[in-house]
Design a protein around this ligand. Structure first.
Ligand code: DP6
Length: 366
């Protein structure tokens, strides 16, 4: 049985314990950076290919939901505050999201919700916040379900549910529910992998990948001209779609091997290949588009030259935008940070960058 059906079966068996109930709940959820990129989807947020990411530590969303449940309420009510200000654009998006979840969370219509959300990173930094914000909201919703039904889940089942619900808001958000190295999408290489929920990959070796650093260079602070959702949709008719699926599968298994073998050389090769392929797919879409800037290319060239000159294993990756993520093991921090400051910061908008690293995943707040 797929995850969605087992969720619905379980919902039918659960009862709300209260006629009226009032409480607030808060979660912190980190963003994540994909190493193997999710690009293209079908049906209800099902990825065309499996992906792998690092969960970040410092780039997080904190979300508090103040809720009042009344069994006689016939339609939920929602107020959404982003960074202390009512935000109607986000409110409309969240409202559509809640509508879409009614089958899984039948108590939704009984709720009056006031949601307060804020990010640790500047809103205009061009960092995709949908992963951390849908992650945080999904965790709050599963907590509310637990409160109202009195049914305590195991931690694993709680997170699986949150990952499932987060995915329905934004695909990459399902990976943010877990810490460290996370995979999403059915793959023959990972037992229990699923298109519906993400899964944490246990890094058996206590190796360099456990303390990876990510310096995010803020190259462009303006919004994206083409949203990720439009980009995903353009993959359906992309002439390289079949080859991309083959490439993603092969890169995924090779990346797992390089992590198992502590092989930074092949790790770098695969991660950079994924980043450049993602943007090549955008160029090859119809209509074609590009999100990188001149400065993105200059930075990439400098990173590659630095690696060649010093032999320090520093890799770059890109998300669906112009910003560059500089990835390297913690042991090289004293060489890489000065390099970033002396050679790369000049390409950043107002000299901005964020120093982040691999993190443990979401945190329940008081
Ligand atoms: C390039 O998860 O933002 O960052 O599912 O439409 O919300 P939606 O898309 P989103 O896409 C992320 C694309 C990516 C690659 C990745 O994170 O795997």
């Amino acid at each position: 049985m797929n995850y969605s059906n087992s969720y619905l079966k379980e919902v039918a068996a659960k009862k709300i314990l209260y006629n009226e109930y009032e409480k607030s709940i808060a979660w912190q959820c980190p963003s994540n950076i994909a190493l193997i990129k999710y690009w293209g989807k079908r049906g209800n947020q099902i990825p065309l290919n499996p992906s792998i990411s690092f969960t970040l530590n410092e780039s997080v969303t904190n979300t508090r939901v103040v809720y009042h449940y009344d069994q006689n309420r016939i339609k939920y009510q929602l107020e959404y505050y982003f960074e202390h200000k009512r935000n109607e654009k986000f409110e409309n998006r969240i409202s559509l999201y809640l509508e879409s979840l009614q089958g899984y969370l039948p108590f939704i219509n009984g709720l009056n919700l006031t949601i307060h959300s804020e990010n640790s990173f500047p809103h205009s930094a061009g960092i995709a916040s949908s992963a951390s914000s849908f992650g945080a909201l999904a965790l709050c919703l599963v907590s509310i379900e637990e409160e109202l039904t009195g049914a305590g889940e195991s931690e694993k089942e709680f997170k699986n549910k949150a990952s499932f619900l987060a995915r329905l808001g934004s695909g990459s958000a399902c990976r943010s529910i877990f810490g460290n190295l996370v995979e999403w999408g059915k793959s023959n290489f990972i037992a229990d992998s699923s298109d519906e929920i993400a899964i944490q990959i246990i890094n058996k070796n206590n190796n360099v990948f456990n303390d990876f650093q990510d310096i995010i260079l803020i190259i462009d602070e303006t919004g994206k001209p083409v949203s990720s959702s439009k980009g995903h949709a353009l993959m359906i008719d992309n002439p390289y779609k079949r080859d991309r699926l083959r490439q993603a599968k092969s890169n995924l298994s090779r990346l797992l091997n390089s992590i198992d073998n502590n092989d930074l050389h092949s790790f770098t090769e695969i991660v950079e290949n994924e980043a450049l392929s993602l943007h090549a797919l955008m160029l090859a879409s119809n209509p074609g588009f590009f999100l990188i800037k001149q400065a993105t290319i200059e930075v990439i060239e400098r990173i590659r030259k630095f690696r060649q000159d010093t032999n320090i294993p520093v890799a770059f990756t890109l998300d669906a935008g112009a910003n560059v993520h500089v990835l390297f093991p913690l042991s090289f921090i004293n060489q890489v940070l000065p390099f970033v400051k002396s050679q790369l910061v000049q390409y950043c908008s107002h000299g901005k960058f964020i120093h982040d690293w691999i993190g443990e995943g979401p945190l329940k707040l008081m």
